[in-house]
Ligand binder design. Structure first.
Ligand SMILES: C[S@@+](CC[C@H](N)C(=O)[O-])C[C@H]1O[C@@H](n2cnc3c(N)ncnc32)[C@H](O)[C@@H]1O
Length: 229
């Protein structure tokens, strides 16, 4: 089901005001938007991330995708109750990310707040549909090792990666671009372990992963121990 509307409740005469209303975690994803015309918020739930682009330069269409009918009904009501027309088309899709057909605009795709395995499933379906220069921004809540390994095997290059801490939880945020000019994402990460936040994250991962017995976790712990020397 696709519902389109060019009206939405969030309003402002100031470009990017929506982005400034986001939580730190969502803002850290949104900031990778540059000149993309199409925004895909996959697994949008509240829709805050996608809707924050209502007044952003270059953005022509915002796609909000979620398989939960409850989520879709709330978003539909939000759009219907709106009273201000804005120059952006909003498409609400009741669908799984792994069934989406992407558009041909220059796009940025956000997939956040899901496990790495679910994100991989969706990304496997979407990456072949992406064009050169399109961006994919992911932030897995768990299983980041398998996701990173998968992403490193694709046509995407790493644009940036960081770790943010919000409400005592750490989140990896990874921005990739379909480009052969960028390096591949590494399995364990590089920049995310640097600086004060990186060191705090390293200590956190060492504590939590040291109790895991699987091969991948042991290799990560060994890698992180070496980073301290
Ligand atoms: C915890 S919310 C995350 C919301 C938002 N992306 C964020 O990071 O704040 C996860 C959402 O992903 C949706 N979801 C779960 N599996 C999905 C899939 N395969 N494709 C698209 N959305 C999915 C759920 O219905 C839920 O609304």
């Amino acid at each position: 089901m696709i519902i389109s509307s060019d009206k939405i409740t969030i309003s402002s005469s100031r470009p990017n005001r929506g982005v400034s209303l986001l939580s730190q975690r969502l803002y850290s994803l949104a900031r990778y938007h540059s000149d993309h015309e199409s925004v895909w918020d996959i697994g949008c739930d509240h829709g805050l991330l996608g809707l924050s682009f209502c007044h952003t330069n270059h953005v022509k269409v915002i796609h909000l995708v979620d398989p939960s009918i409850k989520v879709i009904k709330v978003l539909e009501a939000k759009v219907k109750d709106s009273y201000i027309t804005i120059p952006v088309k909003i498409c609400i899709q009741h669908e799984f990310g792994q069934r989406i057909k992407l558009d041909n605009e220059k796009k940025i795709i956000f997939i956040a707040g899901m496990g790495g395995k679910e994100i991989e499933l969706i990304a496997r379906h979407l990456i072949p549909q992406m064009h050169e220069g399109d961006s994919l921004v992911v932030s897995p809540h768990r299983n980041f090792l398998a996701l990173r390994s998968f992403l490193g095997s694709t046509e995407l290059g790493l644009f940036d990666e960081l770790v943010i801490k919000e409400d005592e939880l750490f989140y990896q945020v990874i921005c990739l671009i379909k480009s052969s000019h960028l390096p591949k994402i590494t399995r364990f990460g590089d920049k995310i372990w640097k600086g004060i936040d990186g060191e705090e994250y390293r200590q956190h991962i060492l504590r939590t992963f040291s109790i895991h017995q699987d091969q991948a976790s042991r290799e990560l712990v060994s890698h992180l121990e070496q980073l301290s020397t």
